[in-house]
Design a protein around this ligand. Structure first.
Ligand SMILES: NC(=O)C1=CN([C@@H]2O[C@H](COP(=O)(O)OP(=O)(O)OC[C@H]3O[C@@H](n4cnc5c(N)ncnc54)[C@H](O)[C@@H]3O)[C@@H](O)[C@H]2O)C=CC1
Ligand SMILES: O=C(O)C(=O)COP(=O)(O)O
Length: 528
């Protein structure tokens, strides 16, 4: 199998070496596709790598029949329709750390350029004007920098601003007073930051909650002569409100690296002499580009070759030490889910997954997703995966319960899956036996011991002499060899079960004949 990877924005050639060197991966770099051309060609690719330029819309994702992974060589994923990706089972990964330093340095460069009007002075000089009086700046020392968003970049900007002898006041929903103390910054609300700062810089993602976070109201509360920096995302600051605030002399200057719509040429803000700008260059350094391309290429290679992504955006990331503990259960959890699809004869309304023993100490969400994947895949097809399993279950109106319990029934680990339909509740439980691998240990109320692989027959019957023999004979007549067989019963002469492993898939006509054998109530032929 050769995986085809499309790179649709310029990425560092050194950074994509992991992709170029990987076996079975063919890389195409094509950075001039129009949206229509991308929609036309995306169906050929297994992976798509982008920066902020390519808009990965729902329309594109709907055409991407082979696509498994979208790699964002950078932080912001607002150019990717994450819901559409999730619905289509496409994992999105980013490279959150590689450009932090460059973005922070660019912010400081903008702050200093703004304070000293360097771009305006240079522009005048380029136009033969030796103009010193229009370009009088302000010092940063002892001024207050307001930082909104103290994530990776915000924290780095704050540290550098302190190096300029500035006071820093910061707001972030995850910033505590204690943490602010440790970072040597003042802790405040958005209001405090807005009211007290001489310079305000934003470093949040663009979300519903942060869209126009800095708006007309906010500008009104600011100090006269405040200066604004946005090296995060266009849209965090309301551009119309900023324009008004500059024209009304409330805001003395603004430095913008990002815009609500990009590319932003002929933007009205660019006509104002108080505004300096760069065309989204925060991450545009040799180092950052190499870092993010390496990180995202590694994730794409790992993922395409069956490994796990380090920086998933539309799946909760799982620390590697946790992953090591739960990975052995992946196969078992999926098989238990698949097993139950054969037992549930009506539509599944509720799935409950119980984790016991060693499994109570770990993060089990990936196992839950895997179980649901097993439950849905048989009927919905191969496109069901970890990314879209929960979404698809919810869309089908299936309630999902996940619970850790102390009842491990003597097993060191026990994974029990139960499904409810309008008529019945069916249960299967499995365990990982030390050194022996996975076993199904319970079906409904019956204890069994069977490897969850291959072809199984689960038969419910009346506990009567001859029932087992009749099943054996019928299978022999059809050349079906029995590899293992277990029986169990509730009480003598009552309900009983047989669990067989057979050497081949049971044909439909044999199954129908088996169901008609005397004393047999139900037969499930299960292919795992
Ligand atoms: N101009 C450029 O080229 C670059 C821009 N960026 C952008 O910079 C921004 C920050 O990136 P990182 O620091 O890496 O992200 P991050 O995820 O480490 O930090 C974002 C912070 O914003 C905080 N936040 C969320 N909602 C908030 C709110 N309503 N008020 C205050 N804080 C809020 C979060 O709690 C988080 O701590 C992102 O928008 C990213 O896309 C990143 C790299 C380069
Ligand atoms: O990483 C980010 O969020 C950025 O904004 C960088 O964008 P870029 O990769 O330079 O198009």
């Amino acid at each position: 199998m050769v995986y085809k990877v499309l790179i649709s924005d310029p990425l560092s050639e050194d950074g994509i070496q992991p992709l170029r060197e990987a076996e079975n991966i063919e890389v195409t770099m094509k950075t001039d596709f129009t949206p229509e051309e991308l929609a036309l060609h995306i169906g050929e690719y297994d992976a798509l790598l982008v920066r902020s330029q390519t808009k990965v819309t729902r329309e594109i994702i709907e055409q991407a029949k082979r696509l498994k992974i979208i790699g964002r060589a950078g932080v912001g994923v607002d150019n990717i329709d994450l819901d559409a990706a999730t619905e289509h089972g496409v994992i999105v990964v980013n490279a959150p750390d590689g450009n932090t330093n460059s973005a922070a340095e660019h912010t400081i460069a903008m702050l200093m350029s703004l304070a000293r009007k360097i771009p305006q002075a240079f522009y005048a000089l380029k136009h033969q004007k030796w103009d010193r009086k229009s370009h009088v700046g302000v010092e940063l020392k002892n001024k207050t920098l307001g930082v909104i968003g103290m994530g990776r970049i915000g924290v780095e900007v704050a540290a550098r601003a302190k190096g300029q002898r500035m006071n820093v006041i910061a707001y972030d929903p995850f910033l505590t007073e204690e943490k602010a103390d440790k970072l040597g910054v003042d802790y405040g609300s958005v209001e405090d930051v807005v009211q007290k700062a001489d310079f305000i810089t934003v470093h949040t993602p663009l979300l519903k909650e942060t869209r126009h976070l800095i708006n007309k109201d906010a500008f009104e509360k600011m100090k006269d002569g405040v200066q604004i920096i946005n090296c995060a995302r266009g849209g965090i600051i309301d551009e119309d409100a900023l324009y008004e605030a500059i024209v009304n002399k409330k805001v003395a200057g603004a430095a913008l690296d990002v815009f609500e719509e990009e590319p932003a040429v002929n933007h009205k803000l660019l006509e104002l002499p108080e505004v300096i700008a760069t065309p989204h260059l925060g991450a545009s350094t040799i180092e950052a580009q190499e870092n993010v391309a390496i990180d995202v290429s590694h994730d794409v290679v790992h993922f395409l070759t069956g490994g796990l992504a380090t920086n998933p955006v539309n799946l909760p990331s799982v620390p590697s030490e946790v992953m090591k503990k739960i990975e052995p259960y992946f196969r078992l959890s999926e098989k238990l889910g698949t097993f139950l699809t054969y037992l549930a004869e009506e539509a599944i309304e509720e799935i409950s997954i119980y984790y016991a023993g060693d499994l109570t100490d770990v993060q089990v969400a990936p196992l839950t997703r895997n179980t649901i994947k097993g439950l849905l895949k048989r009927h919905l097809g191969e496109h069901v995966n970890d990314v879209n399993a929960s979404f698809l279950a919810e869309k089908k109106g299936i309630t999902i319960n996940e619970q850790k319990t102390s009842t491990s029934k003597g097993f060191t680990n026990l994974l029990t899956v139960q499904v409810k339909t309008s008529k019945t509740t069916r249960t299967v439980a499995g365990t990982l036996l030390n050194g022996l691998g996975a076993r199904i240990v319970k079906v409904d109320n019956y204890s069994v011991d069977v490897i969850p692989e291959g072809h199984l027959l689960f038969i419910r019957h009346k506990d009567q002499p001859g029932a087992i023999g009749r099943v054996g004979s019928l299978l022999a007549e059809h050349d079906v060899n029995i590899a293992t067989m277990q029986v169990g019963r509730s009480d003598v002469g009552g309900d009983a079960i047989m669990m067989l492993t057979i050497d081949k898939h049971l044909e439909k006509e044999v199954l129908e004949q088996l169901i008609n054998v005397t004393d047999i109530y139900a037969v499930n032929a299960i292919d795992l």
